[in-house]
Design a protein around this ligand. Structure first.
Ligand SMILES: [Zn+2]
Length: 160
């Protein structure tokens, strides 16, 4: 069983090295998901426990070393089936308001920034056509695009 501090938080993940695409999509969906393609099994196990993360893996040997409640064995090869496996495990639907709330590179939660502050950092047509911008506090990348979010949501609705 998860301890209290783990159970109360929104689920967080750690994806093994074979699940980079799934990790990226979980970030798109707004889930805190650690992914490092150099990470060793011992570090996965330690970090999963220390940070209350559910490990996503395709590796039975790794699965056997993890606590049952902290591991989800991903059975499918197809990315969208993998996303569905995670959502079904959680009992969650895709939450449109959580889409694109984390940096896809760093996993950090994005911060809203004023339009004026980011003018030199985005292409001028983007600046003209978009009104809401967010920034990653770690890598400083700027994110925008209500239409992009809508497209992702529709794509997920169609595939999941
Ligand atoms: Zn970032």
């Amino acid at each position: 069983m998860l301890d209290q501090s783990c159970a109360s938080a929104r689920p967080k993940f750690l994806a093994d090295i074979m699940l980079g695409s799934l990790a990226r999509w979980l970030r798109i969906l707004g889930y805190d998901t650690v992914y490092d393609n150099q990470i060793e099994d011992d570090e996965i196990i330690a970090r999963s426990s220390r940070e209350c993360r559910i490990t996503l893996t395709r590796d039975r040997r790794l699965q056997q070393r993890l606590e049952v409640s902290r591991c989800l064995m991903i059975e499918n090869d197809d990315l969208f089936h993998q996303i569905r496996e995670v959502l079904e495990f959680l009992g969650h639907d895709v939450s449109p308001e959580r889409l694109l709330t984390r940096c896809l590179r760093c996993n950090a939660p994005l911060e809203r920034v004023s339009k004026d502050g980011i003018r030199p950092q985005v292409p001028s047509y983007v600046f003209k056509t978009q009104s809401r911008f967010k920034r990653c506090p770690v890598c400083q990348r700027i994110y925008w695009g209500g239409t992009h979010r809508q497209n992702i949501y529709q794509r997920l609705q169609a595939r999941l």
